[in-house]
Design a protein around this ligand. Structure first.
Ligand SMILES: [Zn+2]
Length: 469
């Protein structure tokens, strides 16, 4: 998962959180050896420092490949650049159905040891949780996928489809040396695949651990970065220029950021809110039950947009980030510019959106140019894989909502959606707000029970999806 405003917000929340309490005791080697295979594997994996940059994921790749080979699975390592590698392995089925890919990334974001309660590359167990950078994002998920695959291999069951394990480097800075490289150079290895499971969303709980819903990330917002430039006369600041470049830029930006965003209600977003409305009461319940109607009601609209994560599923957003002009207090500069980070819902045309921004700036002398434009395609929630996840959820907890989620952050899923695969971001682990805040924050950790539950859930989904009838 790549860092963005949400993670920064959550990091801030993390700083305000109560200190994790309970007896502090590092697990000895004997303790780790008494744990399940998944816990042992993850503890070792977390000790391998794959902080990106620079990544150095080769060591992580060799570790994963070693486990696969020890268990009789052929694992190939591909170097994308020196010291940065992918791992690819396949559990063969009958081939009656198309393959499914279990994708995960080997790299992690930096961690400052002095900010953490326990060492971020220690792989230590404390109070029923395994601590370390990557425990959730996403070495933990990688191990959950690996464990599910090993269990299926050992069971000897002949599945209807191949299961592909794919671990890649470089996700945290965009995937050019990882998933994109694999897509560009090794797409042949995935040509028989139709589904892909990756990070992206989780089983959402409240702060007391009560499950609210199972979220499946089916789409990500696309990214459009714009630059707005104003040009004008330079002059001495003792004689103001009313329509100077900085003045016009500020006026235009004020009009833009004060303009109300237009709601865009995608059918899958309408469904998401309607399904999770069962967890709410009062006005929030009313707003969630029919977001289309609620967005026309100022009071309900405010409730919906107040929640930054959920609200972002209802509008295209614009954040003013860079503002630059001038070099000396007594000189009126001839140029001023701003940069805007726009996150757009699936289906939004980038060129049209840039025109909308221009119209809201309402000053034809302001020049709008594109800095970067990354498209994102959604995956349909109407598939066998979604149905299998739903079925596993219902067996576990009848009535629990299983909902498609559109998220505003990026994962590597989009590279594979471009290849035509149906890619879902689904981490089958319960996560409360405190644990979500540890992703890209400090004190990242996963519960030992969560690891086991996660492996069980993936294994069940794979069996439902692939077991011969
Ligand atoms: Zn991630």
């Amino acid at each position: 998962m790549r860092k963005n405003s949400r993670q920064i917000l959550l990091l801030f929340t993390a700083l305000c959180m109560p200190v994790f309490c309970g007896p502090a005791r590092a697990a000895s080697d004997a303790d780790i050896k008494a744990q399940t295979e998944a816990v042992q594997m993850l503890s070792e994996y977390l000790k391998i420092d794959t902080t990106n940059p620079p990544g150095n994921e080769r060591l992580g790749a060799e570790y994963l490949a070693g486990i696969l080979r020890k268990n009789g699975l052929e694992a190939e390592i591909f170097d994308t650049t020196p010291n940065r590698s992918c791992v690819y392995a396949r559990l063969k089925g009958t081939g009656k159905k198309k393959a499914i890919v279990l994708l995960n990334h080997i790299d992690v974001v930096p961690a400052r040891a002095e900010d953490w309660k326990y060492p971020p590359f220690g792989g230590e167990i404390h109070n029923g949780e395994l601590w370390g950078r990557g425990a959730l994002d996403m070495k933990g998920m990688g191990i959950i996928e690996l464990e599910a695959m090993l269990r299926l291999k050992r069971s000897g069951v002949k599945l209807d489809r191949d299961i592909i394990f794919l671990a890649t480097p470089d996700e945290e800075v965009g995937g050019d040396k990882g998933a994109k490289w694999f897509k560009d150079n090794k797409a042949d290895l995935l040509k028989d695949a139709e589904f892909l499971l990756n990070e992206g969303f989780h089983i959402d709980t409240d702060k007391d651990g009560k499950i609210l819903y199972w979220g499946v990330n089916v789409a990500e917002k696309s990214l459009l970065w714009l630059k707005v430039t104003a040009k004008g006369d330079a002059g001495h600041a003792s004689m103001p220029i009313a329509d100077s470049a900085p003045n016009r830029l500020v006026r235009g930006l004020t009009r833009l950021i004060d303009a109300a965003p237009n709601p865009i209600i995608l059918p899958m977003v309408q469904e998401y809110f309607a399904k999770i409305s069962v967890n709410e009461t009062g006005k929030t319940k009313e707003a969630y039950a029919d977001v289309k109607k609620a967005m026309d009601n100022p009071e309900l609209r405010e409730i919906l947009l107040k929640d930054k994560m959920k609200g972002s599923m209802l509008i295209n957003t614009v954040s003013l980030t860079v503002l630059k002009s001038g070099y000396k207090t007594n000189v009126i500069p001839a140029e001023a510019y701003a940069e805007l980070d726009c996150r757009l819902l699936p289906g939004t045309d980038h060129a049209k959106f840039a025109e909308e921004v221009k119209a809201k700036l309402a000053d034809p002398s302001l020049e709008v140019t594109v800095i970067e434009s990354e498209l994102a395609t959604p995956s349909s929630p109407d598939t066998e894989l979604f149905a299998a996840i739903k079925a596993v959820a219902q067996e576990e907890k009848p009535g629990v909502p299983v909902v498609p989620v559109v998220v505003q952050w990026f994962t590597d899923s989009h590279w594979f959606r471009e290849l035509g695969l149906t890619a879902y971001g689904w981490e089958p682990v319960e996560q409360d707000p405190e644990h979500i805040a540890s992703v890209h924050g400090k004190n990242e950790r996963v519960s030992l029970k969560g690891l086991e539950d996660g492996a069980n859930r993936i294994e069940k989904v794979l069996l439902k999806l692939s077991k011969p009838q």
